[in-house]
Design a protein around this ligand. Sequence first.
Ligand code: BGC
Length: 728
Amino acid sequence: MNWELTENGFNSEKIAHLGNKFLTGNGYMGIRGTLDEFDSRDLVAVNLAGIYDQVGNSWREPLNAPNGFYSYLIVDGNVLKVQDNAPKEHFIKLDYRHGIFKRHTEWTTKRGNIVLESERFVSMDDVHIGVEKYKITADFHADINFLTGIDGDVWDINGPHYDEIIMDEDDCISIVGISHEKKYHVAVSVSEDENFPCEKKIILKKEDKKIIKSLNFVSDINKCYEIHRFMAIYTSKDCENPLDNAKETAINIRNKGYYELRDEHCKCWESIWSNSEVEIEGDDDAMEVLNYSCYHLNSISPRHTDSLSIAARGLSGQTYKGAVFWDTEMFILDFLLMTNPKVARNVMKYRIDTLDGAKEKAKSYGYDGAFYAWESQEGGFDACSDYNVTDVFTKRPMRTYFKDKQIHISAAIVYGIGRYIDLTGDMTILSEGGAETIIECAKFYYDFLLKKVSGGYYELHDVIGPDEYHERVNNNGYTNRMAKYTFEQAVKVIDSIDELNEQYAIKLCKEYNLKQLKEKFEMAERNIYIPQPNENGIIPQFDGYFDLEDVSVNTVRSRLLDPKEYWGGANGVAAHTQVIKQADVVTWLTMFPDDVSDEIKLKNWQYYEPRTEHGSSLSACMYALLACKCGMKEKAYPLFMKSASADLNEGGKEWAGLVYIGGTHPAAEGGAYMVAIKGFAGIYFEDGKIKAKPDLPKAWKKMRFHICYRNKKYKIEIEDNNANIVEI
Ligand code: BGC
């Protein structure tokens, strides 16, 4: 399989897309696939995980560190930057087996040709470091100034975040940015190889927010000059003295040298792939897009800590405020559980550790229990704004209800904990706060329930389901079903209190009247209203859904007055129709396939699919999974490919109203993995065993992969729709 992506030529229109597509990351930081000479205008970002800042009333967003990989060439006095000086030849490559980004650019000048090649990575071995190697070759005696430095003018959506920029130089150069709101210190230091292959003159320049070293030399004809640079990043969240740590690291790693660091980094990637590579014989395209999806998930997995989650746009920048959504539990968690259960624990621990934030949010709306943040940042703070979309016509913020009405988020957390326990067998997470989290989520739904004076059911009113285009609806089937599941889980936890750590169990008994809670939750679980199929076998997505105008997605699209117009909300083109943004009832049936017969599953798939815009990258994988469950692998296949290609192909949705939402799509990538493993390979877990009901796409002759299950690792091979599952 070809583990390399190549993009030939330079096109300024593609800068945003390629920045995502060629991203390299290690869970601590993500570096967009931008060129050395790019600056903040070209969306350069060294995006840091789990560290946020706010300026004024703008949205809080994650911090981008100063860019330590900044460099460009001046040859015979001419600045050579691809944006201003069209190259003769140019390509970039991504080795996504090892997360290595490469560029090759050749310029023709008046006196001859000059080639710049570079190669860089952010280390999987030590997440604080990044290293870059440059090669400069000219076919004439070029008068070269190679300018390398740190650019403190970082790309911000709602910045600038650094009130102060401190520059420092001794054995290495450094910049410390001090953030506006929290006064975080973000330190970046860069050292370079001492063995520069010729006589050179170094001039240090500090200009505006940049600290730059200019290496000046005259090149020999066709001689290749190789330069290595060593970058280290620390923040005041990592240690007390980030600058000292960054400097020390940048100097220490120089002693190891580029090649040794690269070997160590590659070894880590090989070990990651020994769990996450999926081989597909007979369909190279599918194998490549699927492993490319796994590459992105591996690049953003927080391995370096024990309580951190994954943002909806990974580490590709500040879109979606660098916040954590239900995407992690419902779309990404299975990949983590099956390939790296320790990281799965980290992401669930993040939720448990942010329970206080969720309780505060519930309280602020007058509810009991835990209402998790729709867009979660540090401490569970909900970064979602009440005005989350900007109207294209009036340019005014629109009142949206994602934050206050998308209550299904709390159930996703409960689902995540349940799934974690099921696949790892590790109950200790319950005693580390998991039990309380589940109980608090159940308390929230209990408090949210309504019962009509005349009715026998408990209902959930005024919510938003996964399909965000229909706001403030009653009895969204997915939400009600997930709330029912939450009650079930809470009852289970209360029943198994004796299996928890003794001290913790005592604490819970003191804190809660467990007997009373159990009775309440059992009653709620029994009586919550779950929408049933109508006479045609179709489940209404919410009360009154079938009364809405039944038109095609294309008709709705044709009503747009502006391509960036928001489809949902009070006046959106989809709001008064049956056209939905993404899988909703279908997500429910994928999660709980035993709730209805196969015939009903199929009917609902067939009804909802043509009415779905797939306006979210989370949609295709859910339809693909249910298609597999309905025996329609040929329908599942294009949806699987779409999900797995979310970051390969241009043309994904980049705007919600006037708000930029571009970036990478980890949920689609995790979704693609689920379709391959749970859909086509048919893997499921029952009675403590891995089982499989494979139904591979026609072209797939064989499938091979590994999965982790309950502390053991298994090798799985599928051929002729038979699964061979061996413990290794
Ligand atoms: C989707 C949400 C999703 C969010 C972040 C939105 O467009 O509708 O379901 O959680 O993007 O990926």
